[in-house]
Design a protein around this ligand. Structure first.
Ligand code: CA
Length: 227
């Protein structure tokens, strides 16, 4: 029996069956989902080693699934999609996808890609934490909720992304450029100024006027302190 657990996310039944049959014949363990939200739940509860993900799903887009899972996990995500042009591929890989297989694909190709991913897994530890706690702050990555002393905070999507990035790198100083690229993708002319604005409102919501939680390094960036 193969030790790896694969999560197959695909709403198209014939393709899903082709993938799961291939996995079964090659002794992989697998679980399956037909919707994006189900995939997010399953990846949190079962902690699969590899995810095979279709982009066109009936509830939320596959790209959104990647973004969500990436807030807490580095699990390899292999995209299986009919969207074949380079711009789409780059966009998905930028969001944290690991590999890209264009439909229609052969079973041999799928297996070859899985073997490559497994070799990479043997080299790196698969970090998967679903919750972050630091002092009074708690981030529940699965539901996307943030709590301060058990009271839920209402953050905008950008503020949430910012907070997750700082949390993931707690103790480390992150440069303005790194933060802007991680949160917005590409830097704009006024991005440092808007980062300061977002950080100020985030701090206010976190009741962090004393900068005990998020430190400002003038001219460099920010750091979340480990409390
Ligand atoms: Ca689909």
């Amino acid at each position: 029996m193969n030790e790896y657990l694969v999560l197959v996310v695909e709403d198209d039944k014939p393709i899903r069956n082709l993938i799961t049959t291939t996995l079964k014949m090659n002794s992989y363990r697998f679980i399956k989902a037909g919707k994006g939200k189900e995939a997010i739940m399953l990846s949190a509860s079962h902690k699969p080693d590899i995810i095979i993900l279709d982009l066109g799903l009936p509830d939320i887009d596959g790209v959104e699934v990647i973004e969500h899972i990436r807030t807490w996990s580095d699990v390899p995500i292999m995209i299986v999609s009919a969207r074949g042009d380079d711009k789409d591929k780059i966009a998905v890989l930028d969001k944290g996808g690991d590999d890209y297989l264009t439909k229609p694909f052969s079973v041999e190709e799928l297996l070859a890609r899985l073997r490559v991913t497994q070799r990479r897994l043997m080299k790196t530890e698969n970090v998967s934490v679903t919750e972050f706690v630091n002092g009074a702050l708690r981030i529940d990555y699965v539901s996307g909720c943030v709590y301060l002393d058990d009271e839920e905070l209402h953050l905008t999507p950008i503020e949430y992304k910012l907070l997750c990035l700082l949390a993931k790198n707690a103790g480390k100083v992150l440069t303005h450029k790194y933060i802007i690229q991680s949160v917005w993708g590409s830097p704009a002319d006024n991005s440092e100024a808007s980062l300061r604005v977002f950080m100020a409102t985030l701090r206010k919501k976190l009741d962090d006027s004393s900068q005990a939680l998020i430190q400002t390094h003038i001219g460099i960036g920010y750091r979340m302190m480990k409390l």
